[in-house]
Design a protein around this ligand. Structure first.
Ligand SMILES: C[C@@H](C(=O)O)C(=O)SCCNC(=O)CCNC(=O)[C@H](O)C(C)(C)COP(=O)(O)OP(=O)(O)OC[C@H]1O[C@@H](n2cnc3c(N)ncnc32)[C@H](O)[C@@H]1OP(=O)(O)O
Length: 307
């Protein structure tokens, strides 16, 4: 074990965040006994569905959990595909926004119970856990403003997936539900750690210990969701696109830099967050967008500076 550890290079937390010109690092590495190939090979035995990604010239991408015959439950192969899509998004340097949705107007009903039954031993469960925690942590750390578009049901791992986005928009009648207690489980994809940071530990403990249905009104009241969409289900994605484009108006490098400084403010001790902020500031100060704004002179007279 000692020899094994000496071979590992444990990255300090600051180097695991998204820094300029640096790949986002994973939570678990070989030092933690994590072998991605091994768990992905095991999960390959549970095929079905897909995780689709469409990147638009607007700088907004749409990631779709696509397994409608099973309420968009994650099969084993879909867990691997989600990781591959996050890899793709990390390489997408023109991007500034991301919408995560489910197919057929419902979000996601968590892990495919058939896969769960087949890997229900602690060792395999924790390996699946490490794969999904790595992926969802990197998803949240992408330099993209991300929104979970919640229609229908987001249950179990599906509820955890909503917490791996910066924001949540909910369609009328939709629900987020941490059903883990009823499965004799706790969240394993990082959903508990993120939920505490979103709604606070009291609300998080209530949602987990009651496994209650969180409808849009309640979600907004506890800060789990930003807004409730208009009732026209056929336009949910359009509404989410409009909401996100309003929140990402401006040059992509600036929007990406803003997400980076918020990530470091959220995850790093103050001194390190300040150092990261200075580093990111250096990537935009005197950059094209800054120089163009200076050339235009003062323009922020009205309340809405986006006019
Ligand atoms: C903890 C976390 C983890 O892995 O760490 C997890 O996510 S464990 C998984 C946590 N998720 C759950 O416990 C949700 C389980 N699913 C449900 O409670 C229900 O299906 C709802 C999602 C509420 C939808 O109910 P509804 O009556 O509308 O439809 P339904 O139940 O007939 O489901 C339609 C079809 O989707 C399938 N289906 C639904 N959810 C599934 C799932 N998670 N895994 C595998 N199949 C699933 C059903 O078996 C059914 O297939 P057939 O027509 O062929 O019968």
């Amino acid at each position: 074990m000692a020899l094994h550890l000496r071979k590992c290079f444990i990255l300090p937390i600051r180097s695991r965040l998204v820094l300029p010109q640096q790949r986002i690092k994973s939570v678990y590495t070989t030092c933690d006994g994590f072998n991605e190939e091994e768990i992905r090979e095991k999960l390959q035995r549970f095929p079905g569905g897909s995780v689709d990604l469409s990147k638009q010239t607007s700088g907004i991408a749409v990631l779709t959990v696509n397994n409608p015959g099973r309420m968009n439950a994650f099969t084993g192969t879909m867990m691997g595909e989600l990781k591959d899509r996050v890899d793709e998004l990390e390489q997408w340097t023109d991007g500034k926004g991301l919408i995560v949705q489910g197919a057929a107007s419902t979000f996601c009903s968590g892990s495919d119970l058939n896969a769960v039954r087949a890997i229900s031993n602690p060792q395999d469960g924790m390996k699946m856990c490490m794969l999904m925690q790595n992926t969802l942590t990197r998803l949240l750390r992408l330099p993209l403003v991300s929104v979970a578009l919640v229609e229908g049901k987001a249950l179990g791992g599906g509820a955890e997936l909503t917490t791996a986005c910066d924001f949540r928009l909910m369609a009328p009648g939709s629900e987020i539900r941490f059903v883990h207690k009823h499965m004799g489980l706790v969240p394993g994809w990082g959903g508990a750690a993120r939920l505490v940071r979103i709604v606070g530990s009291k609300n998080a403990l209530q949602l987990l210990s009651t496994a209650r249905r969180v409808d849009p009104d309640y979600a907004v009241s506890i800060g789990l969701a930003e807004e409730i969409l208009a009732s026209d289900v056929s336009r949910s994605l359009d509404q989410a696109q409009k909401w996100l484009s309003d929140h990402t108006k401006g040059p992509s490098p600036v929007i990406r830099a803003l997400k980076k400084v918020v990530i470091s403010g959220r995850e790093l001790p103050l001194d390190e967050a300040l150092r990261t902020e200075k580093q990111v500031f250096g990537t935009v100060w005197g950059g094209p967008a800054n120089l163009e704004a200076l050339a235009q002179g003062p323009k922020h007279k009205g309340h809405n500076t986006d006019d």
